[in-house]
Design a protein around this ligand. Structure first.
Ligand SMILES: [Mn+2]
Length: 461
């Protein structure tokens, strides 16, 4: 690990250790909530007094509400871009643990990998950064499991798996017996979906003739000699014997080959998967990727408290509520995708565009937009921007891009930040290169389409 980064994490841990009465304020996505869970568990183990707050964005009005409610504040998975505001409003006694692009402001209690030349987009997320502090606060290496969940939640894995600091954190977790890694089929739902749905709902990649075709999927699986049920229970992929897994995987490769799916896409179906060894065998929380999806489902339906309870170890009540929310989340995603496919997207020179009106909630519009790439409804040569109208008269645009576009220079987070800089008051934007969002007044829609086109055009030219 980067020595200066570790040193800074240690300094912050020492400072936290001296204080008491914290408000931990975290971002509402899987990474933000994992980070909050890591930090709160570490504080709890030290016997510190703390409370938590999960927010969608760290807007000025939110900071004003928070200021004065605790003795110390820890902002996680946001804050680096709001250092100026925090200094103005909270003034003192706050820590920022983040991996987003920082403002050019000095603050002694600010931990961000980017300040040490560590890539906060692919090498470590906020959860990993929080873990760096937690491991200096006590015997907290078991929390590496949550750090991996957060990194995957922020889509930090490469084709070879987790890399950089994320990989070192993974190794610490394996050493501690809380994590394991293996090479396997990476399709989503290895644990949480019965075999037929495992193939039927595969959107990344689309499996020609099988995706969205239940009957074909069950025939395909039975054709490999794998039983769909064990007694009365539907089997999932993880419950297959190594021999059965191999037969199914081989049949899938042959099937994709026969349907002219490019080799790289077939290869991308296989790779490293990460298991949380302390979770029970049938639990979707046992797979690090699915744990993140469960949390996203909670957070995006306004139950980030449930997601946080999962991170704090609740496997009773919160766990059952979470499974229900996961089912609802999937239903809404399916309906969102149907709507976009039905109405079709508009094609501009530098991006695809979809205005969902108020039919898709702002909390999932970005995910739905991203899934369109999987569905084949849009090609991968442009980012997709989707708009949703909020009850307060503002609109939120969510953008998603592909890794290839980012390699060519595209950066949606920067583009939206630039719009914020141009338009000032009433416009707030930012995020990552591949996934970002911006909120602005509805009457600016036409200007948005025009100026965004110019900015994106410049990035990839
Ligand atoms: Mn994050």
């Amino acid at each position: 690990m980067n020595t200066a980064f570790v040193q800074k994490a240690r300094e912050i841990a020492v400072e936290i250790g001296k204080r008491n009465d914290f408000l931990v304020v975290g971002n509402y996505d899987a990474d933000g909530i994992s980070s909050t869970g890591i930090m709160c568990t570490a504080l709890n183990r030290l016997g510190k007094k703390f409370s938590t707050k999960i927010l969608k964005q760290l807007y000025e009005e939110e900071i004003e509400k928070i200021a004065g409610t605790a003795q110390n504040y820890i902002f996680i998975d946001f804050g680096s871009g709001q250092l100026g505001l925090l200094k103005k409003i909270v003034k003192e006694n706050f820590f920022v643990i983040d991996h987003h692009q920082p403002e050019k402001e000095e603050w002694p209690f600010h931990l961000n990998p980017l300040l040490f030349g560590v890539d906060g987009g692919s090498e470590i997320s906020a959860a990993g950064t929080a873990y760096m502090v937690a491991r200096e606060l006590g015997d907290n290496r078991d929390l590496s499991a949550l750090a991996v969940v957060g990194a995957l939640g922020d889509m930090q894995e490469q084709s070879t798996g987790l890399s950089g600091h994320n990989r070192e954190i993974l190794e610490e977790g394996i050493g501690k017996g809380v994590l394991s890694k293996k090479n396997d089929l990476k399709l989503y739902g290895r644990i949480s979906r019965p075999l037929v749905q495992f193939l039927q709902f595969s959107s990344n990649p689309i499996i020609p003739g099988l995706t969205a075709n239940e009957k074909a999927c069950s025939e395909f699986i039975l054709g490999t000699g794998v039983d769909l049920k064990e007694g009365e229970t539907w089997r999932n992929y993880e419950s297959l014997s190594p021999e059965e897994k191999k037969r199914l995987a081989t049949a899938l490769i042959l099937h994709m080959n026969k349907n002219n799916v490019p080799d790289w896409k077939i290869q991308a179906m296989f790779g490293e998967v990460y298991t949380l060894e302390k979770e029970s065998r049938q639990s979707p929380l046992r797979d690090a990727k699915e744990f993140g999806t469960v949390m996203n489902a909670c957070g995006r339906w306004g139950h980030s408290d449930i997601a946080l309870s999962l991170c704090l170890g609740d496997r009773a009540e919160a766990y059952h509520v979470a499974l229900g929310l996961l089912a609802e989340h999937r239903k809404q995603l399916r309906e969102g995708i149907e709507l976009m496919k039905e109405r079709g997207v508009e094609e501009y020179k530098n991006f695809y565009f979809f205005d969902a009106g108020d039919r898709i909630k702002d909390s999932i519009i970005g995910i739905v937009a991203g899934m369109l790439y999987g569905s084949g409804a849009i090609s991968e040569n442009k980012p997709i921007i989707a708009l949703t109208h909020n009850p307060d008269g503002s609109v939120k645009a969510s953008g998603r891009a592909t890794g290839e576009l980012v390699r060519r220079g595209l950066n949606l987070g920067k583009a939206f930040k630039e719009l914020q800089a141009r338009w000032g008051e009433g416009t707030e934007g930012g995020g990552h290169a591949v996934a970002a969002g911006v909120k602005f007044p509805a009457e600016k829609k036409q200007e948005f389409l025009k100026e965004l086109g110019e900015i994106l055009g410049k990035q990839v030219s």
